[in-house]
Ligand binder design. Structure first.
Ligand code: C2E
Ligand code: MG
Ligand code: MG
Length: 569
């Protein structure tokens, strides 16, 4: 144990040395300095297990002594030596980060030794707790808490010196997939390996932190311009997309990176973090494995989306949404066999919003849940109303987005609706997109099985445009494939479209699935689809989406026509 004694009274120093020698049985390994400045000089050169510090020194006194020591070495335990008279003062100073105090010379050597040991132990605990609070236990790099605190200081430093900072946010692509398929053990290894790659890719002084989950952040200090930050982002993208070799397995991932620059993007530390996060999401959305710089337009877009989501909430209460229905027909000339409900939003200022303008935002910001609930209820009630009026509208189809399907109470809510309104679920078709089926396979499977069990008809919308993984056609209880409009549009235009239509139709037939062609606009398209076995269709050729009243009028006509036919044999 190596001690630094800072004490200007040589008599006291001699006494202390003697006590320690007596209780240890050997002379202590001790360096004695009589003033603070000399003590600081040795403390810079050598490391000590403990500093024994008198607070009345020729060149400094009181807390200033403690502060000076801590500044040179924040990790060394300090034991303050005080005279009887200043005991109260010494206790007060414990709050300054001093580990213990000794009242001079009321003790035996043993008491002194014990105090020193305790002080060392206490300091160790303090450092360990500090480490736990500031470091991520898995990767051993700073955690979010530390990073945010550090960023705050760095921002005010940069502000003072007119310097530039780069904040880089990283999120591993498809990490959840690795965790789910290969196990947490692998996930952990991947995170550790990734954190090492990040650390190696940046400069020593740049702080790298784990922000939680598979998210990391790097603070670049002294970036001369945004090109320097871009170079770092490029390098990180590169090193993190190299395959990993973990326990003999090769794992491939990539990373999405968002970068924001202070002061270009302005902002307090919170805003900087938010901006880097937004840029990172943009990078993810534009196909992953790349980086994006935060821009003002991104910011405006986000603000716009939030305002829109807020507005949707109010619009739902105010009844600004309504449904149109696009009739579906049997292609063999058999008449109307159903209708797809399509949402519209008539805003207060008279503007008509189409679903493509707001469904995506509703989905992203959670508004889709109440909105989808309203769509289901409205369409179900409409179906019942048509039937009660004596019509045969066939199946009413509703569109359901991934977030709805994966929502915990989705099936329950639909079940309540069919019970409350006594609806025949056979007459309701639920359209899901391919992306629904691949995001969270287990939850999607459970939801679709439940819906099928309740008696609903299930359709895949826009079939052929998503991640067409044909395996899910076997796995999920799908009744209908809706042939995407883009393929139908290409019939008679190029060779590609009709080939895909044919392939999908023949596959549906062999799997015994029903087919609906979307977006039929011409006679030629209709003829082609009919020839190749498509059963149902919808599109402007037959009818645009129309109001429920228009559908009723059409059904009325059909009803009259059939009665005529019956009358005339
Ligand atoms: P979708 O489910 O594929 O619906 C068909 C879209 O094609 C509708 O656009 C319809 O108006 C349009 N369409 C129909 N026939 C033709 C045609 O012959 N030619 C052309 N060019 N277009 C045709 P809409 O109403 O704008 O809806 C767009 C998408 O928004 C829908 O695509 C659906 O994915 C989504 N959507 C609509 N309503 C809802 C809803 O209530 N909930 C959810 N989650 N999504 C909805
Ligand atoms: Mg649809
Ligand atoms: Mg569609």
């Amino acid at each position: 144990m190596k001690l630094l004694l800072v004490e200007d009274d040589r008599g006291d120093a001699r006494f202390l040395r003697a006590c320690l020698t007596r209780s240890q049985g050997s002379p202590p390994d001790l360096i004695h300095e009589v003033c603070l400045n000399d003590a600081l000089a040795v403390l810079k050169e050598q490391s000590f297990d403990v500093v024994l510090l008198d607070l009345n020194l020729p060149d400094a006194s009181g807390e200033a002594c403690v502060r000076a020591i801590k500044q040179v070495n924040p990790n060394v335990p300090i034991v303050v030596l005080s005279g009887d008279d200043s005991e109260e003062y010494a206790i007060g100073i414990l709050n300054e980060g001093v580990q213990d105090y000794l009242v001079k010379w009321d003790g035996e050597g043993k008491g002194i030794l014990r105090a020193i040991r305790y002080a060392i132990e206490r300091k160790r605990t303090e450092l360990r707790l500090n480490h736990l609070a500031t470091y991520d236990s898995l990767t051993q790099i700073p955690n979010r808490h530390y990073f945010v605190g550090y960023l705050e200081k760095a921002v005010s430093r940069a502000r003072r010196h007119g310097a530039m900072l780069g904040l880089v946010f990283l999120d591993l692509d498809r990490f959840k997939g690795v965790n789910d398929t290969l196990g947490h053990h692998f996930g952990d290894k991947l995170l550790i390996a990734a954190s090492e790659r990040i650390r190696k890719a940046v400069r020593n002084g740049d702080v790298v932190a784990r922000m939680g989950g598979d998210e990391f952040a790097v603070l670049l200090e002294q970036v001369p311009d945004i090109h320097a930050a871009e170079a770092v982002a490029r390098k990180l993208t590169h090193v993190l997309s190299e395959p990993y070799l973990l326990d003999g397995h090769q794992v491939n991932t990539s990373v999405s990176i968002g970068v924001t620059i202070f002061p270009n993007d302005r902002g307090d530390p919170d805003t900087l973090i938010k901006n880097a996060d937004i840029a990172m999401y943009q990078a993810k959305n534009s196909g992953r494995n790349g980086f994006k710089f935060f821009t003002e337009s991104m910011h405006r877009e986000i603000v716009h989306q939030h305002a829109m989501a807020q507005d949707m909430r109010r619009a739902l209460d105010d009844g600004e949404f309504f449904l149109l229905y696009q009739p579906q027909f049997r292609l063999d000339g058999g008449g109307m066999c159903g209708a797809e409900a399509l949402i519209r939003w008539q805003r207060r200022d008279g503007r008509m919003m189409m679903p493509n303008d707001f469904i995506g935002i509703a989905e992203e910001l959670g508004q889709i849940i109440p909105l989808g609930r309203w769509v289901a209820q409205t369409a179900f009630l409409q179906s019942v109303a048509w039937q009660q009026a004596g019509y045969r509208p066939g199946r009413v189809a509703i569109n359901v987005s991934p977030r709805q399907i994966l929502h915990v109470t989705f099936c329950e809510e639909l079940e309540q609706l069919i019970n409350r309104y006594r609806i025949d679920p056979q007459l309701i078709e639920i359209e899901v997109t391919e992306s629904c089926l691949v995001q969270d396979v287990r939850t999607a499977q459970r939801a679709l099985d439940n819906l099928k069990h309740l008696g609903f008809t299930l359709a895949i919308d826009d079939f052929g445009t998503g991640h067409s993984c044909l395996d899910y056609l076997r796995r999920y209880p799908i009744d209908t494939l809706k042939l995407d409009r883009s393929f139908v549009r290409d019939i008679g235009v190029n060779r590609h479209g009709p080939a895909i239509c044919r392939a999908i139709l023949s596959m549906a037939e062999s799997l015994d699935m029903d087919t609906v062609a979307e977006g039929i606009e011409t006679e030629e398209q209709l003829a082609f689809l009919l020839e190749h076995g498509c059963r149902r269709g919808q599109g402007y050729y037959f009818s645009r989406p129309v109001s429920a009243a228009d559908i009723a009028a059409r059904l009325e006509l059909e009803l009259a026509a059939t009665e005529q036919e019956i009358k005339h044999g």
